[in-house]
Ligand binder design. Structure first.
Ligand SMILES: [Zn+2]
Length: 230
């Protein structure tokens, strides 16, 4: 039996990698996950025997369904469907569809690596764009690590210092939406105004170029389709 956390990871990866900028249904996601599992030999005939599925034609589906439900409960699947590809709430078809603003802390917590914590500390837990402190109950400031070139497999970003900036939730949202544009490795233009990122980040130019090229709002993006959203 595939460990549940591994299966959940595969479900998320397949959701991000398999559907381009089109929406998808639960059945499509389940089938894509199964194909991925079998073609990569992650799911073996022995796992079929352990499957909770009662339908012999859909061995393993019960477990995959269970993981999708779990992730939908955590809002991750719904978030991918709605925010990554801008699928409207009324198009998701999820009975438990959350409101427009949904928590994103689960994904970001997963990515809160030792490196991200180190870079946040180097920035004194202040947004590198606006430097406005966001105090938490314990007195510490809340900031988020943003990967300039997204980590999702289809984007190929890495979890290194040359791909990370520290942002407040507002500026993180703007970067997710592809609003800012880098005009140098340490200067971004937002709504016609230039901001110098301080402390100066150590971003790789390749990551900046990827973001500028593929971000939403860039009509010159490859194939005419901006790809970055998260
Ligand atoms: Zn900010």
């Amino acid at each position: 039996m595939i460990p549940r956390d591994q299966l959940q990871r595969v479900v998320l990866e397949v959701a991000v990698a398999s559907f381009g900028n089109a929406g998808f249904t639960r059945v499509q996601l389940r089938e894509a996950v199964e194909v991925h599992l079998r073609t990569n030999h992650i799911w073996t005939p022995a796992d079929d025997a352990d499957s909770q599925s009662t339908d012999p034609k859909s061995k393993g589906h019960a477990n995959i369904d269970y993981c999708i439900s779990d992730l939908a409960h955590l809002r991750l699947i719904t978030r991918i469907r709605r925010n990554f590809w801008r699928v409207g709430a009324d198009e998701t078809g999820d009975e438990d569809a959350p409101p427009d603003r949904i928590p994103t802390t689960v994904l970001r917590t997963v990515r809160d690596t030792a490196l991200a914590r180190l870079i946040k500390a180097q920035c004194k837990h202040l947004c590198q764009v606006c430097h406005i402190p966001l105090a938490q109950a314990d007195g510490s400031n809340y900031v988020e690590a943003h990967h300039v070139r997204p980590l999702a497999a289809r984007h190929g970003g890495n979890d290194r210092a040359d791909n990370i900036i520290v942002l407040c939730p507002n500026h993180h949202a703007l970067f997710d939406l592809g609003v800012p544009e880098f005009i140098s490795p340490s200067v971004v233009r937002i709504a016609g105004r230039e901001f110098t990122l301080t402390p100066e980040p150590n971003l790789a130019w390749a990551n900046i170029k990827y973001y500028n090229t593929n971000k939403i709002g860039n009509k010159k993006a490859i194939g005419g389709k901006p790809t970055i959203c998260k």
